[in-house]
Write a protein that binds this ligand. Structure first.
Ligand SMILES: [Zn+2]
Length: 254
C-alpha cells in the first residue's frame, strides 16, 4: 500500500461523510447497497436480428468438447412476441434492480435490435471469467409445442471434467436458489421437461460449459403456451425479474 494514497483516500472518505451520511448509515468508506462489490453477468439469450444473419449465426464455435452454431433465432409467442425481446426486457429490469442494490452488472449484449446478431454462445460462455464474476444467469424462454406445456425450468452444468467440474456445485446451488424464488413468486415448474423438479442438468450448452464462474440458465416459461399471457405484460415481466433478483440475492447471501 502507498501511504500517501491511503491517507488521501481516507481524507476523501471523511470529506464525503456530511453529504452522504443519509445514504450511508454505517461504513462511510464503502459503496452503498447490499450487493456492493459483487459482479453479476446477465446473458439475455439470442438477439432480435439473428434471423437476418444466417451465415453468422450458423458458424460453428467451440462449445466445450464439441462445436455448435454461434447462436439461434430463439422462439416467439403465437402472437409473434420474440424470445429475444422478452428476455431482453426481463434482463434490463434485473440489471436495473441489481445496479440499485450496488452490484456491478455485465450484460452479454447491450442492444435488442433487428440489425444486430449475436454474440455467439462461446462468447456468452466466457463472459465474466476474466473478471471472476460472482455468478452468471442466462435468461431464455422455451418454445414447446406439446399440448398444455407450461412452466419454468433451470438448467445447470454437470460435474464434467475438464469443463464444469469446478463450477457444478455452486451452479447447482444457484439453480436451486433461482428455482425457489421463481416458485415462491407463483410460477409453476415446467410440466414438459424430463425429471420434473425444475432443475435440468445439461452438458451440451456452450453458455454453461465455457463458464468458469457459477452459472445457471433459466427457461422462464413456454412462449407457445399459456405462459405467454404473463410474458407479454409489463407486470408479468416485472414478476419474473423480481423472482430472479431474489434468487441471485439468496445465492449471494445478501
Ligand atoms: Zn432461448
Amino acid at each position: 500500500m502507498v501511504p500517501g494514497l491511503a491517507s488521501s483516500a481516507l481524507a476523501l472518505a471523511l470529506l464525503s461523510v456530511p453529504t452522504q451520511a443519509a445514504a450511508l448509515p454505517a461504513d462511510p468508506g464503502r459503496a452503498p447497497g447490499p450487493l456492493a462489490g459483487r459482479a453479476v453477468v446477465l446473458d439475455p439469450g439470442h438477439q432480435l436480428g439473428n434471423r437476418s444473419f444466417p451465415e453468422e449465426i450458423n458458424r460453428l464455435v467451440p462449445a466445450g468438447g464439441s462445436m455448435k452454431p454461434c447462436n439461434t433465432t430463439g422462439t416467439a409467442t403465437r402472437g409473434g412476441y420474440p424470445e429475444a425481446t422478452f428476455v431482453w426486457q426481463v434482463s434490463r429490469l434485473v440489471q436495473e434492480r441489481l445496479l440499485a442494490l450496488g452490484a456491478r452488472v455485465v450484460m452479454t449484449r447491450t442492444t435488442n435490435r433487428e440489425d444486430r446478431w449475436g454474440p455467439c454462445v462461446d462468447v456468452r460462455g466466457r463472459a465474466g471469467n476474466s473478471l471472476r464474476a460472482d455468478l452468471k444467469v442466462s435468461i431464455h424462454a422455451d418454445g414447446s409445442y406439446a399440448a398444455g406445456a407450461r412452466g419454468f425450468h433451470v438448467i445447470v452444468p454437470p460435474d464434467r471434467a475438464p469443463w464444469t467440474d469446478d463450477i457444478h456445485r455452486p451452479s447447482l446451488r444457484l439453480g436451486r436458489a433461482l428455482r425457489a424464488d421463481l416458485a415462491d413468486a407463483g410460477f409453476p415448474v415446467a410440466n414438459y421437461v424430463a425429471g420434473g423438479d425444475g432443475i435440468d442438468v445439461r452438458s451440451d450448452l456452450a453458455t454453461l460449459n465455457l463458464s468458469d464462474v457459477p452459472t445457471a440458465m433459466v427457461e422462464l416459461g413456454n412462449m407457445r403456451g399459456t405462459d405467454a399471457r404473463t410474458m407479454t405484460t409489463p407486470r408479468g415481466r416485472a414478476r419474473y425479474a423480481r423472482a430472479l433478483v431474489a434468487g441471485i440475492r439468496a445465492h449471494l447471501g445478501r
